[in-house]
Design a protein around this ligand. Structure first.
Ligand code: ARG
Length: 249
């Protein structure tokens, strides 16, 4: 009961009262279609994360402000309070949980591997073969980066990692032969492969993961945001937003 009263109070304070700002600030790396990207035609920031965040803001009666930043600086921006939450196709990891709190999971994803047609890499196993030596492209600070960095170390592999600030830069490098493959989230990979000729995705995924929103520890926004998000999951809003951007295979 006490907890519920505290939560109701937190909700009442949010955006309607003076205790907290009327605007909730989201940190995101706007380079990750279908989750967050600039619409080609309108130039607006759109995507699954953007629409879910907007639906939460609407429920809380707040304005949503989106700050586009490099992916690997979002957690620091969340922790320092520069933004109120991070939503950017964030995978829940134990390591990140040391510095931020994650919301309820709103969707799942897989790390997948993009290769050019005719690549010597035909399965994920090829990446684990200690005789092989590839240049692997990743977005800096993403789970693709963290996992392959660990796997190279743990298995004594010879690969070199090329780290890019923005996700599309890794694909540009793949197209020009500067890297041999790119490890990136599956739906984003599907979009890149659709937009670039001569690329394909390996059949097996590299890792499975959960996406969630991250907050500073003890964030005053956490309870009300998460309650609103859970309602939007329960009433099917989140799924209908996802379905709008991702057509079932
Ligand atoms: N899911 C991966 C992670 O959490 C990649 C997210 C990258 N997001 C982005 N908007 N570029 O590390």
């Amino acid at each position: 009961m006490k907890k519920m009263i505290a939560m109701l109070m937190a909700m009442a304070l949010l955006c309607t009262g003076a205790a907290l700002a009327e605007t909730i600030k989201m940190g995101s790396s706007i380079d990750f279609a279908p989750y967050e990207y600039y619409d080609d035609v309108t130039g607006d920031i759109v995507g699954i994360d953007v629409e879910i965040a907007q639906a939460v803001a609407d429920k809380l009666g707040c304005e949503l402000e989106i700050n586009d930043m490099q992916f690997d600086s979002i957690i620091a921006a969340v922790v320092s309070g520069k933004v109120d939450f991070g939503m950017s196709g964030f995978t829940v990891t134990e390591e990140r949980k040391q510095s931020v709190d994650f919301s309820t999971t709103y969707t799942t994803a897989k790390q997948s591997v993009i290769v050019p047609e005719g690549s010597a890499i035909t399965s994920v196993d090829d990446l684990f073969n200690a005789d092989n030596e590839f240049k692997i492209g990743v977005q800096i600070g993403t789970t693709g980066d963290l996992y392959i960095t660990d796997d190279i170390e743990a298995n004594g592999l010879k690969h070199a990692i090329e780290r890019f600030n923005k996700a599309p830069d890794a694909v540009v490098a793949l197209n020009s032969g500067k890297v041999d493959c790119v490890i990136i989230d599956d739906q984003v990979a599907i979009n890149f492969v659709a937009a670039n000729e001569g690329l394909s995705i390996l059949d097996t995924a590299y890792a499975l993961e959960d996406y969630a929103v991250c907050f500073a520890k003890e964030s005053p926004l956490y309870d009300s945001f998460n309650a609103a998000l859970e309602e939007l999951i329960a009433d099917g809003t989140v799924q209908s937003i996802i379905d709008k951007y991702i057509t079932a295979e």
